[in-house]
Design a protein around this ligand. Structure first.
Ligand code: HEM
Length: 294
């Protein structure tokens, strides 16, 4: 069902933009963000879980419980959640926000490593060397020492940010003053931040089409504006799964490098971004040969 959310490109980018930009109109016309079938599936799971926990007095220290607490919050100033909102949050966090973004990172990263055997070998050697010092255990501390692997993942997020743009709604009139002609962003206006274009701007990242993890050494990172790299967004609404997402990507990629040599399969063409997917994806999928390392 998680896959169905993404694999059924049911509507054009234009309509998807409508949902993001003109929420009221989208609601009026009954245009939904998620396809019908998986949306119902998640809603039912959540409703059943809520009913079960209520009738059996089950309390668990988990995300669902936090949402139930919000629902039951007696503070009249706080908006309490409906079952639909709880289901939407559960589905959004676990599938839309966490699942496809992370697997997109690993897919594009595997593609670049398969294309660049020298970078792949360097990353593999680092993983092996760090693990030697940690008795072969992929512990939290061991993962944090894999600096080059981190650079590889960051370069992949630069070249292929899973969310190619961010949006912000202006809560009040705002004058942008440091432009040639002062520009007003009126209250209620949605602003799109073009993450993909920033990440592929040659004045920020020279030769942006080249996959080069050296762009993310601490020295190189310090030379750039901190908002020149926005794969997880920024500010108060930055991705809440940033550390978790990076940690699972490091673990996934470290395991891949330890177990398999990756090379491009004959049917893997140049990347061609899909026009109908919200999260960045390759039109023809990914075709990578895996050779087991003994
Ligand atoms: C490589 C993996 C991931 C990428 C690239 C990614 C990217 C993003 C981006 C770009 C945003 C929007 C931030 C903004 O508007 O400034 C976001 C928001 C969010 N992400 Fe992630 N994410 C990843 C993994 C995860 C994971 C694993 C989870 C949960 C376990 C998660 C949960 C969320 C949530 C709940 C939001 C909404 C935060 C809010 O609006 O306050 N993400 N993510």
């Amino acid at each position: 069902m998680g896959r169905q959310v993404f694999e059924e490109p049911r509507r054009s980018m234009g309509l998807q933009m409508l949902v993001v930009q003109m929420r009221e109109y989208a609601r009026f016309f009954g245009i939904k963000q998620l396809p019908e079938k998986p949306a119902k599936f998640f809603l039912n799971i959540v409703k059943e879980t809520l009913a079960y926990r209520r009738s059996n007095n089950v309390e668990r220290k988990d995300f669902m419980h936090l949402l139930i607490d919000l629902k039951n919050n007696p503070n009249p100033e706080l908006h309490s959640l409906t079952d639909d909102e709880i289901a939407a949050q559960a589905a959004f966090v676990f599938f839309v926000a966490g699942f496809e973004t992370s697997s997109t990172l690993l897919s594009f990263c595997s593609y670049e490593l398969a294309k660049h055997p020298e970078i792949q070998e360097k990353a593999r050697n680092e993983v092996k060397n760090v693990l030697k010092r940690f008795n072969g255990e992929l512990t939290y501390d061991a993962m944090l020492e894999m600096k080059y692997l981190d650079q590889v993942l960051k370069e992949s997020l630069r070249k292929y940010p899973p969310l190619s743009m961010l949006t912000r709604g202006a809560t009040e009139d705002y004058w942008v003053k440091d432009t040639k002609t002062p520009l007003l962003i009126p209250k209620g206006c949605t602003v799109v931040i073009p993450v993909y274009s920033i990440h592929n701007d040659p004045s920020i990242y020279p030769d942006p089409e080249i996959f080069d993890p050296e762009r993310f050494t601490p020295e190189e990172e310090n030379k750039r504006h901190p908002f020149a790299f926005l794969p997880f967004g920024e500010g108060p609404r930055v991705c809440i799964g940033l550390r978790f997402g990076m940690m699972q990507a490091r673990i996934g990629m470290a395991k891949m490098l330890l177990n398999f040599k990756m090379s491009l399969a004959a049917r893997m063409d140049e990347i061609q971004f899909s026009r109908s997917h919200f999260i960045i994806s390759n039109e023809g999928g990914f075709w990578i040969n895996l050779e087991k390392i003994h």
